[in-house]
Design a protein around this ligand. Structure first.
Ligand code: ATP
Ligand code: LTN
Length: 334
């Protein structure tokens, strides 16, 4: 049976992934790789849109790939590779940029947010064309489904529009992908500021649970997480964002219902609840951390696996790119 194709990726924007990336993305990816022909990339070309130290970017790229594998993405089953290893991504992005409207790209809210945050001097053209490169990632593989957070929904809409536009202008070439938007309950917030999304590039470290942190450090951060003065372990996003966030993490990692966890801690204080959560987090993270560090101990082997996977990705991607060039009328080298 031919499995439908799935594509997703993450930027190598930190040394470690955070628990939101794990719960909101990696756990789902791991599950989906059974029923889909899955492609997962470390999108290093996208990461160039932000200032980077070159040696650090290289290290973060390897570390991100190692964490995908450590979290259960199997490079023998799924195709797990580094975006810049497949040159077709940059090439298709150029071709697609010529059918993207200037106004259309300018309406992307992520671009508007980031360019407002960085200011005119630090905003680069790569940030503007970021969604076009993302469309190229997805369309090169004739992708059926794209699991992403809701902040990426608009980029997938653009990808669909570009695929349809190309197909109607030049003939059927691309599969039009469908987004699979992550459930709201899978969204994790900062432990110190529980109304802000937890993020790899958060300003303060105290509210972020890193996959590669020492277990004792994660436990400490959980014990210090912001709660409220009610003292009751109860889910209420509006009134109790801190406790609700901890409940969501607890439920996601233990596979239990929130109500069952509320019952277990009925009549007990936040201290007990946090201790219980710290145990759950540490026992989930510890093996992932150990596997990731072991993979990073042998970078030659990791690089070999990534090269092999990039080869597999390139053979699919180059076929699509070649069709695109033909259809657009580029004279092919004999
Ligand atoms: P950055 O700060 O570099 O933007 P990030 O940690 O916010 O990074 P992304 O690289 O934008 O994460 O996203 C990678 C994947 O992780 C996406 O699928 C996204 O939906 C998911 N993700 C990121 N943060 C969270 C979160 N706090 N809760 C749930 N899912 C998340
Ligand atoms: N923009 C995405 C990362 C990303 C991606 C993709 C996700 C780049 N290319 C293709 C899905 C499919 C983000 O910031 N999370």
């Amino acid at each position: 049976m031919i499995k439908p194709r799935l594509y997703s990726g993450m930027q190598p924007s930190a040394d470690s992934l955070q628990i939101g990336n794990y719960i909101g993305a990696l756990m789902q990816w791991r599950e989906l790789q059974d029923s889909y022909d899955a492609y997962f990339s470390v999108v290093d070309l996208h990461a160039l849109t932000q200032p980077n130290d070159p040696a650090e970017l290289r290290a973060k790229t390897r570390r991100t790939a190692a964490q995908y594998i450590a979290a259960g993405i199997e490079p023998s089953r799924s195709t797990l590779y580094v975006q810049s290893h497949v040159s077709a991504h940059s090439e298709l992005a150029w071709a697609l940029s010529t059918i993207t409207g200037f106004g259309e790209a300018g309406r992307m809210t992520q671009f508007k947010d980031k360019s407002a945050r960085y200011g005119a001097d630090a905003t680069n053209v790569g940030l503007f064309t970021y969604p076009v490169l993302m469309a190229a990632d997805i369309l090169l593989y004739q992708t059926d489904v794209v699991p992403v957070g809701d902040d990426q929904k608009q980029h997938i809409e653009l990808t669909r529009d570009l695929a349809e536009r190309f197909n109607s202008r030049y003939g059927q070439t691309f599969t039009v992908p469908t987004p699979v938007i992550q459930r709201d309950t899978a969204r994790i917030y900062d432990l110190q500021n529980p109304t802000a999304k937890m993020s790899k590039s958060a300003e303060s470290d105290a509210g972020v649970l890193w996959l590669l942190d020492e277990p004792s450090k994660s436990a400490k951060k959980i014990m210090r997480a912001v709660t409220d003065s009610e003292g009751v372990v109860r889910f209420d996003r509006e009134a109790k964002p801190g406790v609700s966030n901890l409940l969501v993490i607890y439920a996601a990692l233990s596979g239990r219902q929130i109500a069952a966890i509320e019952d277990e801690y009925a009549g007990r204080g936040y201290g007990d609840f946090k201790k219980g959560l710290a145990e759950v987090v540490v026992s989930e993270f510890e093996p992932v951390r150990e596997r990731a560090l072991a993979l990073l101990d042998d970078t030659a082997e990791l690089d070999r696996v990534l090269a092999e996977n990039a080869g597999r990705a390139a053979s699919v991607a180059n076929r699509t790119l070649s069709d695109v060039y033909d259809r657009m009328g580029l004279l092919r080298r004999v």
